[in-house]
Write a protein that binds this ligand. Structure first.
Ligand code: TAP
Length: 498
């Protein structure tokens, strides 16, 4: 491994030098039981620090604080431009502390600094975009036709206390997405980060306080999904749950949220089709296919994990894609040369490698990748970029979310066949099309039953454009005006003018 390690930002080093606390009602507290959980660096397996293992009582305290801040509080009543100012201040603070946040993300999640260095700007953009919305959430006047002199209008009102549960694969930006729109619309929040990656959320909590948000508006409880997460989703004083994570847990959350009929939005798994036609710009399509799967080491809900390649170029394309993976430098995210980090945990590594075995047992052929035997990567949870050929769409590796750097190539004959195959999955999150034929591009984009389609590119996101899934990939959309709808209730007001 190269030894050009970037040194850890000084403030990040200070941050992890003490056991962390969690944020409830404007105070940094231990869990009621004083229990803690360890968080580890996936590049080395070493313990970084500990965070509180919050449980039912901690969730109760956090929800009570969020409830009070909403019901009695300064937040819902605060003028929209004041809420906007606080979000703008938070955006500035995120930028000012950008390197520290990026380094904490690399330490906790493994994504290379080469990638996480862009997150502070993306995070600040998100807060600024929704700061802009705070003053623009309007109702309508409605020309009703019933008898009498009746004036009817609608108001968009905050839903209340939002329980925000996020995964480990993008802890920084996921935390930001789960704060920006709900706060802009006047909701209060209890955020539960993933047990494996709690650090950036806790540091964001400090910045929320520094920006001057009133106590109880943002609460951050660390703890396990099975206890703290369940307590949040079952809590009768929580009005909405927004969750990003696995489809299996998404189903459980729908069930537990039914207790008091919470509003629920879900951003779940995917098995996205990335389609390459023979007329595509070949080199661009290779790069897109690689970016589509290897970004974040394949630990992305939108990962283009099923690669459909037109039969006449299939063999060459798969072999060139395998060659292209040699451009990836696997290693510690703090190594300047690294552009592919470790997986999040030993368990995730085992699960991914098990899928590679399953693929081979099913008759597929591993062209490159699989396990790493490089001695200098021992200790971390590394899997080489892996390209698998001779896959058919019914195999488990083509139907189940692997969540690792593994791409499965499937040949196809024509546009109708590929649209059909691409839609033969329980998921519907992303999709990619590579072609120089504009009519094919639109036909496929319209034919895919997915929430996002990228043409001759992949993985683009912007706070202004809605993001979410069809079928079992989710419920609702984050970003854009759709997020405003997701965090507001619509009230119809009737006035008799006679
Ligand atoms: P999940 O188990 O879905 O965890 C996501 C979040 O939900 C974490 O904060 C987790 O807490 C919490 N959680 C777990 N069980 C819960 C419950 N019963 N009630 C409320 N909250 C609960 O995902 P994971 O274990 O991190 O990853 C498993 C698989 O999910 C991955 O291999 C991948 O296929 C998929 N995944 C998908 C995505 C996206 S973006 N679609 C993201 C991550 C993972 P803990 O961290 O304490 O468990």
């Amino acid at each position: 491994m190269s030894t050009t390690l970037i040194s850890l930002n000084r403030k990040a080093a200070e941050f992890i030098s003490t056991p962390k606390k969690m944020l409830i009602n404007g105070r940094w507290v231990e869990s009621v039981t004083n229990e803690t959980i360890e968080t580890r660096n996936p590049a080395t397996g070493e313990i970084i620090t500990t965070v509180p293992n919050g449980g039912v009582e901690d969730i109760n305290l956090a929800v009570a604080a969020a409830r009070k801040a909403f019901d009695d509080g300064p937040w819902r009543m605060m003028k929209p431009n004041e809420r906007a100012k606080l979000l703008l201040k938070l955006a500035d603070l995120v930028e000012e502390n950008g390197e520290e946040l990026a380094h904490l993300e690399t330490l906790d999640n493994g994504a290379p600094v080469n990638v996480t260095k862009y997150y502070p700007t993306a995070a600040a953009d998100d807060f600024r975009y929704y700061a802009g919305w705070a003053t623009k959430v309007t109702g309508q006047t409605i020309p009703v036709s019933i008898p009498g002199d009746i004036f009817n209008y609608t108001r968009k009102e905050a839903i209340g206390v939002c329980g925000q549960i996020i995964p480990w694969n993008g802890p920084f930006l996921m935390a930001v997405w789960k704060l920006s729109a709900p706060l802009a619309t006047g909701n209060t929040v209890v955020l539960k980060p993933a047990s494996l990656t709690p650090l950036v959320a806790l540091r964001l909590g400090e910045l929320v306080q520094e920006a001057g948000f009133p106590d109880g508006v943002v609460n951050i409880v660390t703890g396990s999904g099975s206890i703290a997460g369940t307590a949040l989703t079952e809590h009768p004083d929580v009005d909405k749950i927004a969750f990003t994570g696995s489809t299996e847990v998404g189903r459980q959350i729908m069930r537990s949220s039914s207790i008091n009929v919470k509003k629920v939005s879900l951003e779940l798994g995917g098995k996205s089709a990335h389609i390459v036609f023979a007329d595509a710009n070949y080199d661009q399509a290779i790069a897109n296919a690689a970016t589509g799967i290897f970004t974040n080491s394949g630990q992305a809900c939108v990962a283009g994990s099923r690669l459909f390649v037109e039969k006449k170029i299939y063999d060459n394309f798969m072999s060139d894609l395998a060659d292209y993976t040699k451009n990836f430098k696997l290693g510690d995210g703090f190594d300047q040369a690294t552009n592919l980090g470790p997986l999040i945990s030993a368990q995730q590594k085992d699960s991914v490698l098990n899928y590679v075995d399953i693929g081979q047992q099913e008759g597929a052929e591993v062209l490159i990748g699989g396990n790493t035997s490089e001695r200098d990567l021992e200790g971390g949870y590394y899997v080489k970029p892996t390209v698998i050929a001779n896959v058919n769409n019914n195999m488990r590796i083509a139907q189940e979310e692997i969540f690792g750097p593994v791409i499965s190539g499937i040949p196809f004959e024509d546009i109708d066949e590929v649209i059909k195959l691409a839609n033969q999955t329980e998921y519907g999150l992303g999709g990619g099309v590579n072609t120089t034929d504009v009519s094919k591009a639109h036909r496929v984009a319209h034919g895919l039953r997915t929430g996002n389609v990228w043409v001759n590119t992949y993985n683009l996101l912007d706070p202004a454009s809605p993001f979410g899934g069809y079928k079992q990939s989710g419920l609702g959309r984050e970003h854009g005006s759709e997020s405003i709808d997701m965090y507001t209730e619509t009230k119809s007001v009737w006035i008799n003018l006679d």
